[in-house]
Design a protein around this ligand. Structure first.
Ligand SMILES: CC(C)(COP(=O)(O)OP(=O)(O)OC[C@H]1O[C@@H](n2cnc3c(N)ncnc32)[C@H](O)[C@@H]1OP(=O)(O)O)[C@@H](O)C(=O)NCCC(=O)NCCS
Length: 220
């Protein structure tokens, strides 16, 4: 498996890059083996295997436009049910150092979904801040490797364009697709966050994931 980052700049993007998952090399790639060996034992069984035979899958992250907004509805699945939400009337900021979001775009230019981030703080100083990321894909684009590629791409952007040492994600205990996508993108499972999220009439446990700047990640 190779996972490569290209420096191409999409239209209207102030920054951006293309993540390409190309399953071109055999499974015994040294990088993949080293990456898996570096995962904690408790998670090794759940580290997804590269999907051999999958065709090239490219995902670009670019700033959102007003044309994207009707497509980025969200709120269509149990993990996203936070009650009625008004349609968004403006694109998210693409400022990586503040809360924001980007559009996830397919290799043929279709808007497949969005990624987002906001900053948490684990101590009183600026150096203790870190972004927590989120993702939503339109239903027809799920289960095709795009969630993995988009989150890997967002992590790369955050490490490249901010000084953060850590990127976080949080998902529901039952959201297996997101857990596997995060692990495939290099995140490590860090613990259960009890009763953290009020959603659909009850407080729900979630799982905190994190990836540090120095952590092993899928090879570029
Ligand atoms: C969660 C989400 C981002 C995952 O992205 P995706 O593109 O569908 O996932 P991928 O195709 O990259 O698959 C990642 C892994 O999850 C597995 N997977 C995908 N859909 C799954 C499902 N419904 N149930 C169980 N596993 C699933 C894949 O097999 C893959 O594992 P593998 O690498 O071992 O083969 C996407 O499904 C989505 O947008 N869901 C709705 C919104 C949401 O839940 N957002 C996250 C909120 S925290």
């Amino acid at each position: 498996m190779t996972l490569s980052l290209r420096g191409s700049r999409p239209r209207s993007a102030t920054f951006g890059a293309t993540a390409e998952i190309a399953f071109q090399q055999p499974l015994h790639s040294v990088d993949v083996v080293l990456y898996k060996l570096c995962q904690p034992e408790i998670h090794r069984e759940s580290v997804p295997r590269p999907r051999l035979g999958q065709t090239r899958r490219m995902v670009t992250l670019r700033p959102q436009t007003t044309e994207d907004l009707p497509l980025l509805t969200g709120n269509d699945n149990p993990f996203d049910d936070f009650g009625p939400q008004a349609p968004r009337d403006s694109p998210s900021s693409s400022d990586l150092d503040a809360a924001g979001g980007l559009a996830v775009v397919t290799d043929d230019g279709q808007t497949a979904g969005s990624v987002s981030w906001h900053w948490n703080q684990w101590g009183p100083n600026v150096g203790s801040r870190c972004p927590m990321i989120g993702i939503w894909l339109r239903p027809e684009y799920r289960g095709r490797g795009m969630g993995t590629a988009a989150q890997l791409q967002l992590v790369r952007l955050l490490f490249r364009h901010t000084t953060t040492n850590r990127v976080e994600a949080h998902t529901d205990l039952a959201n297996v697709a997101e857990q596997r996508a995060l692990q495939a993108a290099g995140f490590q499972r860090e613990g259960i966050i009890r009763g953290a999220q009020w959603r659909d009439g009850t407080h729900r446990d979630g799982i905190l994931y994190g990836v540090l700047r120095a952590d092993p990640r899928p090879p570029a």
